[in-house]
Design a protein around this ligand. Structure first.
Ligand code: HEM
Length: 385
């Protein structure tokens, strides 16, 4: 087991910026060198990283679409850890529905806009849904299933899924698409597109979304051990992201989503108990103790970002630096020189954050996807049929 070394606090900001650009360069180039003291890139999972990058809208001629494929498709069962595809975006295509359902993206956007304009809190909820879908068995819509027909509880019933919302938005999009192009657009693709459109509605970047995912048949709460917990240390976070084909740069950039959305007190209550977490700002600790009335109201909701709670900006990174983030997993990003340097870069440059975020979320959406004849295209997203 490898460990991260905590960095000292005397790092000069300018030096950190320089350091972080070097780190971004090396990580982007998928170098296999060690980074500073962290030995992040020596992690066994890391060596399997790929170099999928958002390189704009592309059109590929491989991977023929299989529209209107019914429930009888193969795959999507227990063998979800298929070997990594050598294809760009793991075989997903930016123009996947161009001939089979050209209106797919506009239908998704219209429905998302309808819901989010009525309730802005659904925008972060949809982003979190995409993350949880991709972190368990790959982005295959398994988070949406109410049951997979087995006796095991589904992913959405797991403790780590607590607070997930937006299922009704996905189901409404699916119903609309079933009218327009029956059995063509997968629930997994709908989740990815809805997350993208939701981000855009709260000031986030727009990214081209590779499509063609198929839906899985399996959803088991025990598989959610791969989803990060708010009290995970940096090593655990890195390992969990690596299992989803994501690297340290992706971890830091994607965590920036905690610049929006809310959390239940139960998700960070441990940090407020008898011996409060010293990395949490004292004023914030007192505020949260009052708000959560620990331990009684641990279902109370608190904004992730106290400063600009509804804006998709880089405030999250400033909040980390001032000890004002809710989860110790957020604070952990300061515990290593390389991740701290990235936090400082993103705190100082919103475009560095949003650009990297777009790249990383495309990569996240490619994780362990089912394509071709694997999985199926569901009729409703909560059921395998
Ligand atoms: C790095 C590891 C991460 C951990 C440990 C983590 C954990 C959590 C927890 C515990 C909550 C609060 C749940 C609740 O109490 O209701 C939350 C909220 C949220 N997370 Fe994360 N998360 C992580 C990364 C991500 C990533 C990568 C994304 C998206 C790309 C994401 C998106 C969100 C959003 C948008 C919310 C707010 C949801 C809402 O307002 O409904 N998280 N996260």
């Amino acid at each position: 087991m490898w460990k991260f070394h905590r960095s000292g606090s005397g790092c000069y900001f300018s030096l950190s910026i320089l350091l972080s650009f070097i780190v971004i360069f090396f990580l982007s180039a998928q170098a296999t060198h060690h980074v500073h003291h962290g030995h992040i890139l020596s992690h066994p999972h890391y060596k399997h990283q790929h170099s999928t990058k958002s390189s704009g809208i592309a059109s590929h001629s491989h991977h023929k679409p299989t529209p209107k494929d019914g429930a009888g498709g193969k795959g999507g069962g227990s063998s979800h850890k298929s070997p990594r595809s050598p294809l760009p975006n793991n075989g997903l295509l930016f123009d996947f529905y161009s001939s089979t359902c050209p209106q797919a993206e506009s239908v998704v956007m219209t429905v998302v806009q309808g819901f989010v304009s009525n309730d802005i809190t659904l925008a972060p909820a949809l982003l979190r849904l995409h993350f949880h879908d991709c972190m368990t068995r790959g982005c295959d819509g398994s988070i949406l299933l109410s049951t997979d027909g087995s006796k095991t509880p589904p992913e959405k019933a797991a403790a780590v899924s607590f607070g997930l919302r937006g299922f009704d938005v996905i189901e409404a999009i699916k119903a609309e698409l079933e009218k327009e192009c029956p059995r063509t657009v997968s629930c997994a693709d709908i989740v990815a597109l809805a997350a993208r459109d939701a981000a855009t509605m709260i000031g986030g970047p727009f990214w081209p979304e590779p499509l063609g995912r198929r839906d899985g048949f399996v959803s088991r709460s025990k598989d959610t051990v791969s989803v990060p917990n708010p009290d995970d240390d940096l090593g655990t976070l890195v390992a969990k992201f690596a299992a989803a084909e994501l690297d340290v740069l992706d971890l830091v950039a994607l965590s920036g989503v905690h610049t929006v959305g809310r959390a239940h007190c139960v998700s960070f209550a441990d940090r407020l108990s008898h011996k409060p977490d010293p990395t949490l700002n004292r004023t914030v600790t007192s505020f949260l103790r009052r708000k959560c009335d620990i331990p009684r109201n641990s279902r109370v909701l608190v904004n992730n970002d106290f400063v600009t709670p509804f804006a998709f900006d880089n405030q999250y990174y400033l909040n980390i630096l001032s000890g004002q983030v809710l989860f110790s997993s957020d604070e952990e990003l300061l515990s290593n020189k390389a991740t701290r340097a990235l936090v400082e870069t993103f705190a100082g440059n919103v475009f560095a954050f949003t650009n990297q975020f777009s790249t990383s979320i495309i990569k996240m959406g490619n994780a362990n996807v089912l394509i071709g004849s694997k999985g199926n295209i569901r009729k409703t997203c909560s059921s395998v049929l």
